[in-house]
Design a protein around this ligand. Structure first.
Ligand code: HEC
Length: 111
């Protein structure tokens, strides 16, 4: 294979993978910024099924907010969970979590 053909192939693979992740990309960013420091990444997302995530994230993450506001240990997250910012991003976050849930068969590829 020539070098040029190889480079072409690599760029196609790259563009393809970007497209694949476009939908949940925003949610992934929220998760990396807001949740990873307390929960870690992959294992945590995979600890729940799609149905469980959907339930937690229903009505802009109402249930998720409740869990955290009830827990003294999660105090550092209270400000965020009460904010408009979270409400606005809840849908993206849900898309991301559901997409990579235990029974989705998918693994977040980009860090
Ligand atoms: C400051 C640390 C902190 C941050 C930030 C945080 N959490 Fe939590 N979270 C906790 C703690 C502590 C609990 C345990 C609450 C309890 O059970 O008392 C918890 C519980 C949970 C639970 C339910 C427990 C379970 O495993 O079923 C889910 C789901 C969850 N968090 C998701 C998230 C998501 C999604 C985010 C990001 C938007 C997030 N958390 C951000 C600390 C945090």
């Amino acid at each position: 294979m020539t070098k040029k053909a190889f480079l072409l192939m690599v760029s196609f693979a790259f563009i393809w993978s970007l497209n694949l992740h476009a939908a949940s990309y925003k949610g992934q960013r929220v998760f990396s910024k807001r949740c990873v420091k307390c929960h870690g990444r992959q294992d945590f997302i995979e600890s729940k099924t799609r149905r469980e995530w959907k339930k937690l994230m229903r009505k802009k993450g109402k249930k998720l907010v409740e869990i955290h506001l009830k827990s003294e240990k999660a105090k550092k997250s209270w400000k965020y969970f009460k904010s408009k910012r979270f409400q606005r991003k809840a849908k993206h976050l849900k898309d991301f979590l559901v997409e990579y849930a235990k029974d989705s068969g998918r693994v977040p590829a980009c860090n």
